[in-house]
Design a protein around this ligand. Sequence first.
Ligand code: FAD
Length: 385
Amino acid sequence: MIPRTLFSPDHETFRDSVRRFMETEVKPHDERWQEQGYADRDVWLKAGANGFLCASMPEEYGGAGADKLYSVVLMEEQARANNSSLGWGLHSEIVAPYLLSYGSEALKKKYLPKMAAGEMIGAIAMSEPGAGSDLQSVKTTAMRKGDKYVVNGSKTFITNGWNCDLVIVVAKTDPAKGAKGTSLVIVDGAMKGFTKGKRLKKMGLKGQDTAELFFDNVEVPAENLLGQENNGFIYLMQELPWERMQIAIAAAAKCEAALGWTIAYVNERKAFGKPVASFQNTRFKLAEIATQVQVMRVFVDRCMALLLEKKLDTATASMAKYWATDMEGRVMDECLQLHGGYGFMWEFPISQAYVDARVQRIYGGTNEIMKEVISRSLGLGGKDA
Ligand SMILES: Cc1cc2nc3c(=O)[nH]c(=O)nc-3n(C[C@H](O)[C@H](O)[C@H](O)COP(=O)(O)OP(=O)(O)OC[C@H]3O[C@@H](n4cnc5c(N)ncnc54)[C@H](O)[C@@H]3O)c2cc1C
């Protein structure tokens, strides 16, 4: 196998501690979290105390000031542990960075240390019942009224939505201007008129509190605006490579884990008096999967290295997101098949990994939107180009 070159011994030491945390503080509770539909608050506090939240935030805001590879380790180990209940990646590496990049000093001091400690959980609300891929058509508004913005509208499919204490809301501050009239405002869980809907019942990610959010004349102090008014869309575009990579990183780690579970299973399981591993079909399928997973690993790591050098463009990150998650779907399907009926049983990790993989092709921008972005970088002609 091609050795990985991204990580230093310090990253690997950190990996050991995350792995231990997953074993002792996460795995024993995950079944219950899946049944209740959300992870306990307690695990967020413990993660905060261990430095597992907002690791890349500067120390002055409660983070560890670590490089992004520590966050990659966290994402990989969560995937390896087959956990989809914890919305830590979104909290630490999507929500917190918007605050860090575009929030005022007062906002950063108010929210980031609490997010790093796990005392506040963050969410980002872009999608609406009528607007997902086409974010320009969001209907939620944040209209300026004196020293406040008045927010009205509703959002759906929001990760960490039910448990969140603060949410970055994508809203129109000048609806007539479309995308150019879009802003990002922070709504605090305590604000009047902000309500959370039910936790959505999903085919996978069962321990994740994905929810609807409602805003009814919520008065938000003007200082809760991130960056400049009407620049929200520009900000949303800027972090896309990193956000897309996070999905690809999880896909690659999950595929490696699934390959490991499947090899162990087929070596153990017997049919016709022989290990399932001895059938040529099993051997060839696993040879194919191992090759696909290796190719994915090299591509994802190379993209990550480029991202660290600030050289990863959005089209290439979109390739990583689309290709890795499409491959994840295929790998999970083949691995499940090699488990036979046991693969369909929830107690086998491949079963959960199979259903959890499905949404990877949908959220973070659907894979069709990824192809749209990639195709725009190819210099193609035609009316839509
Ligand atoms: C579990 C989960 C968690 C999520 N978490 C969050 C979150 O935290 N915050 C948030 O804001 N959103 C979140 N989302 C929403 C997610 O980002 C959207 O579901 C996604 O962007 C797709 O939008 P949509 O569901 O409205 O589908 P639509 O946009 O209605 O798409 C329907 C179909 O049409 C296709 N399509 C649309 N436009 C085009 C086009 N131009 N060309 C070709 N095909 C196209 C799509 O690819 C898709 O196949 C989450 C979703 C899920 C399921």
